[in-house]
Design a protein around this ligand. Structure first.
Ligand code: CTP
Ligand code: MN
Ligand code: MN
Length: 543
């Protein structure tokens, strides 16, 4: 089925109307503006770049699956009474980079076709194309930080391209290997080509200027987004110290984020994550025996470091989880572990399952009861020999790039552990006691200490960001997928559900919009089955 868009540029209004009428008379669907159902574009423009500009697209990636044709094709089709097969003479010029490579590498046709959505392929932490993906992710980061109009869609385009390269089962050595791959637009192709030829890309090097560096430093502060960071740079600030001394915030996250910047920007390692999980588990099990508790986020995807620890909790008996989080926090507070945080009540109602929220960042937020905060753990917990981690880490035996036939060395690729850990916890009460004594001697009661003063104390603990999330059991496996991420994987699997299945996926469930019913899942595998997807392991979701 042809769905035709005729670009008005360089075509007189009368002629344009005549063309549309002629096409409709021949039962061809003609639309007046660009949309996802368009299959053919007819234009007087001479090359693809101009079409991209006219349609205000971030790059030509969106047009990969669309025939962009000259008026000659239109005329031939009208004469024939129906759309004619596309011949060379009907095509408009592609970009220079494309043409050059298409021309001289005809023989090296690449048989590899990657599935379009990241949720249909494995993307592991270790892959073959880091030098390209790093460059593309700098372009992505820059667009995100700049945050002007259309920057978020540009950022996404860079990320999608990077994600495709991460799934490639071989190191990229020639532009011809990109031929059948989707999601790699002209801008990305230019960058890749330059890296292939020169080993680096000038644009990417130049992007990492003073402004970029400062923006990265500032937005790495807990609670600081690009808007505030920009203001600070406009004020002439360039260091954390200047912000610590000059910025007064009513936002608890920023106050603590600034004060504990050094702690919070020291990556959390696996041992620390497991240590935190163990403390939380011990308290949670006391309150609610039978609780299910799982580290999610980057650590579940096999990362060895992260910016925080994400812990998802539920209980197999429906309703038992209600009230758990407040009691858990009280116990952690009594232990003196909590520095600060915010408890968000659940805002879930069943309509969230069907609500047509945009696939935007905001539309993806979930409605679980959760606590985002900062806790303290002993400095020594990641190196303490008293802890026994033997047998606590199960290295998953293989990591196969699904759909590409590649297998990556498992020892570097996958580390996720689903088993409860076996170790002797430190006596936390004791180790933190020293500090509270010191505090009392120095400054009286805890309430009088500002985050900054607390950070400056001679202390034997380090501040760590923790996210605690509570889900009802019937939503748990969807929550698990959502909170395992990564963000790009979530974006893709949700887009896939919507576009390909007419379903709405969120961390609360999967809703079939055609049949008007929710699809329950009793395991993570069932989540994938419900969407007719091959199961992708957590460590294969590092898009
Ligand atoms: N997430 C979510 N809802 C939020 C916050 C996060 O669903 N309100 C999801 C994100 O999509 C992400 C996962 O939970 O995939 C973990 O989020 P985050 O901790 O921000 O990222 P990580 O992937 O864990 O990265 P890091 O290791 O740096 O923590
Ligand atoms: Mn995380
Ligand atoms: Mn998190």
């Amino acid at each position: 089925m042809v769905c035709l868009l005729i670009l008005p540029s360089k075509i007189q209004k009368r002629r344009l109307e005549d063309m549309k009428t002629a096409a409709r008379k021949r039962n061809i669907t003609v639309v007046d503006s660009f949309c996802s159902s368009v299959t053919h574009i007819v234009t007087e423009h001479e090359n693809l770049d101009q079409v991209v500009k006219t349609l205000k697209l971030a790059d030509s990636g969106t047009l990969d699956k669309i025939q962009v044709l000259s008026v000659a094709w239109f005329t031939d089709s009208m004469k024939a009474g129906a759309p004619v097969p596309v011949e060379e003479k009907h095509m408009i010029k592609r970009e220079k980079a494309d043409r050059d490579n298409g021309g001289n590498e005809n023989s090296g046709r690449n048989p590899l076709i990657l599935p379009e959505y990241a949720c249909q392929r494995a993307t592991c932490l270790k892959h073959f194309n880091h030098k390209f993906t790093k460059a593309l992710e700098i372009l992505q980061k820059h667009a995100e930080l700049r945050d002007n109009e259309r920057d978020s869609s540009r950022a996404l385009a860079f990320r999608r391209a990077s994600c495709v390269l991460k799934s490639l089962p071989f190191p990229l050595t020639s532009m011809s290997q990109l031929k059948n791959l989707t999601n790699i637009g002209d801008h990305c192709k230019r960058v890749i080509q330059e890296i292939l030829e020169d080993g680096e890309c000038r644009e990417v090097n130049e992007l990492q200027d003073d402004w970029f560096q400062k923006m990265v430093v500032f937005t790495n502060i807990f609670g600081i987004g690009s808007a505030t960071a920009k203001k600070w740079i406009e004020k002439g600030w360039s260091t954390i110290k200047e912000a610590q001394e000059g910025y007064i915030s009513s936002d608890w996250r920023v106050r603590w984020g600034l004060a504990f910047h050094t702690d919070l920007n020291t990556p959390v390692n696996l041992q620390e994550a497991q240590y935190i999980q163990q403390i939380v588990r011990k308290e949670a099990e006391t309150i609610l025996p039978g609780i299910i508790l799982q580290i999610t986020g980057g650590f579940r995807r096999g990362k060895e470091e992260g910016h925080d620890v994400d812990i998802l909790m539920t209980h197999p008996e429906e309703g038992k989880e209600v009230g758990l989080l407040a009691r858990l926090l009280q116990r952690l507070q009594n232990k003196g572990i909590i520095l600060c945080g915010n408890l968000e009540k659940s805002t879930y109602s069943d309509e969230m399952l069907t609500l047509d929220s945009k696939l935007s960042a905001k539309g993806q937020l979930d409605h679980f009861e959760k606590w985002l905060g900062i806790i303290k753990i002993p400095h020594s917990c990641s190196e303490n020999p008293a802890m026994d981690y033997s047998g606590s880490l199960s290295i998953i035996s293989s990591c196969v790039h699904k759909g590409t036939g590649c297998s990556v060395d498992n020892s570097t690729c996958c580390t996720a552990s689903e088993q409860p850990l076996n170790y002797q916890p430190l006596n936390l009460d004791e180790s933190l006691d020293l500090e509270s004594k010191a505090k009392k001697q120095k400054l009286g009661t805890e309430n009088e200490i500002s985050p900054m003063e607390l950070a400056k104390l001679d202390r034997n603990w380090i501040a760590r960001r923790v996210d605690l999330i509570v889900s009802p059991y019937d939503q748990y496996f969807y929550a698990l997928v959502g909170w395992t991420g990564n963000k790009q994987f979530n974006r893709d699997i949700r887009t896939y559900a919507q576009r390909e299945l007419g379903m709405k996926l969120s961390s609360h469930g999967l809703y079939d919009l055609n049949k008007n019913c929710a699809l329950p899942a009793r395991s993570e595998k069932e989540v994938f089955q419900n969407m007719k997807l091959q199961y992708i392991e957590p460590w294969e979701r590092n898009c």
